[in-house]
Design a protein around this ligand. Structure first.
Ligand code: AGP
Length: 598
């Protein structure tokens, strides 16, 4: 996902460069700015990290009142200076986040009008179209409106036009955009985290609202009713975020989970979810991507086991293309840390079109998914910067756990005593998480041994299969070691053919009703000389003569919260493996923090 930022201020270049720095967490491969200075637009771009752009800017004295900037995560056209944004045509420069699906037709039309293109991107058609309509003497606002009317797909764009008006324009459709009126300037960005301390009040434009920013004020252009902009307080400013004494945001966010669970489990009050009438729904469908999908998988188990509600889960990019049967008595839940994942947003829109009730479970409460759902709940994880999701996953599970307790109370499927036991189990979370994190160095030793391999199989049973899947995702996305996860019982149905001395198997095996079954799966593995690592309770060790760095003891814990505790060693294993391999933990290659393209 790309990042866009723009500023109109006395010295506009600084807030833009600072904003690009705050957008780095989203993942990118090139960056650039356009600056309106001395009645001309100067565009400077660089491949690679932001320091390369800053190096190029340091070679010249630059400043001006209007500036736009961009971090690019390549979709159309490889990472290069030519394909980096901003894209300029004549007196128009544009930054874009999203995908223009009909860019080839538009490119063809523009070429017939005599336009030539320098990049392989879809975005470059935008400044050319605006420039074309300006040359036909349309006003700036008319030229932009006529341009976006022709765009199919998703976009959030910032437009800089070299004219005496010194206006900056912003408009979106489907991609995130936020506007802010500060004391020293006016700003636009892909997300509120890119805005600095001068952005206390923000506004999230609706699709196709054309916003004009200049040194005097911010106005809605295409709204004859002179609609006022209703600002809200910016809760996402990233100035409050630092790594502290940690080596990465991911490490900080892993260790932050104890305090977060303390806050979420201070009371097992579930009233916040009493607005959901669980007795009126005949089915829950939970839709998400990646780590959020694994949280959905565990929530499915809880809702069915403790509240007797039928739950279906689906990957957002598959959901709407399989013609799902959606009933009006169904609750569809969309789980998304960023609240901007395009696949999940598109699935939400599909469910709404089928008249299903839609609920968003997000970490960014003003995000697109939160705003478009019938109702939305926050997971209270605070800004998550590391691309690999950790604390958000735990908070998603914690909120689902509380929702399950509320559903159990309403449906009376289990009795009040059992509900009270589940609630007490939840209160143990911070203490048990802290116990595991205190022994984090043991996971460093395990990572040292595991990083000698190029592949890893993760095994779990029941709810913990999803934790095995999450562990495999964490490891591969930041250490680039290939990892797969299976329900342990599946091993003998094919994957066991992979086992040999070079295929280590990591088993998540806390003490529960499936331990005996799991131990026989472990012996299947041992019989084929595959290296084995166990994240389990002490009793496992009696069966298997493991080395210290091949066994991590999980504390005794109630079954209902084992998923929340077992994921912590998974997160640590991925973190330490990536560190040992010298990988960029917070910004792994090819990845973005939120994928706002389908
Ligand atoms: C998780 O570590 C990954 N970065 C990725 O799978 C992520 O969970 C997925 O893209 C969904 O993001 P969302 O929760 O913001 O929708």
């Amino acid at each position: 996902m790309c990042g866009i930022i723009g500023a109109v201020a006395e010295t506009a270049i600084k807030p833009v460069l600072d904003g690009l720095g705050r957008l780095e967490y989203r993942g990118y491969d090139s960056s650039g700015i356009s600056l309106l200075s001395n009645n001309e637009i100067q565009t400077i771009k660089a491949q690679g990290k932001l320091t390369n752009l800053k190096q190029r800017l340091s070679e010249q004295v630059l400043d001006g009142e209007c500036c736009i900037g961009h971090t690019r995560w390549a979709t159309h056209g490889r990472a290069s200076v030519t394909n980096a944004h901003p894209h300029q045509c004549g007196q128009v420069s544009v930054v874009h986040n999203g995908i223009i699906e009909n860019y080839l037709q538009l490119k063809h039309q523009l070429a017939q009008w005599g336009h030539h293109f320098s990049s392989a991107t879809d975005s470059e058609v935008i400044p050319h179209l605006i420039n074309h309509y300006l040359s036909q003497h349309l006003s700036e606002e008319e030229a932009i409106a006529k341009t976006v009317a022709q765009l199919k797909g998703s976009y959030a764009i910032g437009v800089l036009i070299n004219s005496t008006s010194k206006n900056l324009y912003a408009i979106k459709q489907g991609s995130p955009l936020v506007i802010s009126q500060g004391n020293e300037g006016a700003y636009m960005a892909s997300d509120a985290m890119a805005l600095g301390s001068d952005s206390g009040k923000i506004y999230y434009p609706n699709d196709n609202e054309l916003i004009k920013l200049n040194t005097h004020d911010i106005t809605l252009c295409n709204d004859s009713s002179n609609k006022r902009i209703h600002y809200i307080k910016n809760k996402q400013s990233s100035d409050a975020i630092s790594k502290g004494q940690h080596s990465s945001y991911m490490e900080k966010e892993i260790f932050e989970q104890v305090d977060l669970m303390k806050r979420l489990s201070v009371s097992n009050d579930t009233d916040e979810y009493s607005s959901i009438n669980f007795n009126q729904i005949n089915k829950i469908t939970i839709i998400a991507c990646g780590t959020s999908y694994y949280a959905a998988s565990i929530a499915k188990s809880w809702f069915e086991k403790y509240a007797n509600i039928l739950v279906e889960i689906d990957i957002a990019s598959e959901y709407r293309y399989r013609s799902p049967i959606v009933s009006e008595k169904e609750l569809t839940i969309f789980v998304s840390q960023s609240g901007e994942t395009a696949d999940t947003l598109a699935a939400l829109r599909y469910a709404k079109s089928k008249k299903a009730q839609t609920l968003a479970l997000v970490n960014v409460i003003n995000s697109s998914i939160a705003r478009e759902a019938d109702f939305s709940f926050e997971i209270y994880a605070g800004p998550e910067i590391g691309v690999a999701s950790t604390k958000a996953f735990s908070c998603q599970l914690a909120i689902f756990y509380k929702m399950t307790l509320e559903a159990a109370k309403q449906r009376e499927f289990i009795d009040a005593n059992e509900i009270s036991v589940l609630a007490k189990n939840f209160m143990q979370l911070p203490y048990l998480m802290e116990k595991v994190l205190q022994r984090c160095l043991e996971m460093k030793d395990m990572a040292k041994k595991l990083t000698k391999f190029s592949n890893v199989l993760f095994l779990g049973r029941g709810e913990l299969t999803a934790i095995a899947q999450e562990g495999a995702l964490k490891l591969k996305e930041i250490s680039y070691i290939h990892a797969e996860a299976y329900a342990a019982g599946e091993l003998k149905h094919g994957p066991i053919a992979l086992l040999d001395e070079q295929m280590p198997v990591l088993v998540i095996a806390p003490k529960n009703g499936l331990t005996d079954k799991l131990l026989s799966n472990i012996q299947e593995v041992q019989a084929r000389n595959a290296p084995i690592f166990i994240i389990g309770d002490r009793s496992n060790k009696q069966y298997i003569n493991l080395q210290e760095d091949e066994f991590f003891e999980l504390p005794e814990m109630p079954e209902s919260i084992q998923a929340l505790i077992s994921v912590i060693p998974m997160q640590l294993l991925a973190l330490y493996s990536a560190q040992q391999l010298g990988k960029n933990v917070d910004q792994p290659r090819n990845l973005a923090k939120s994928v706002t393209v389908e």
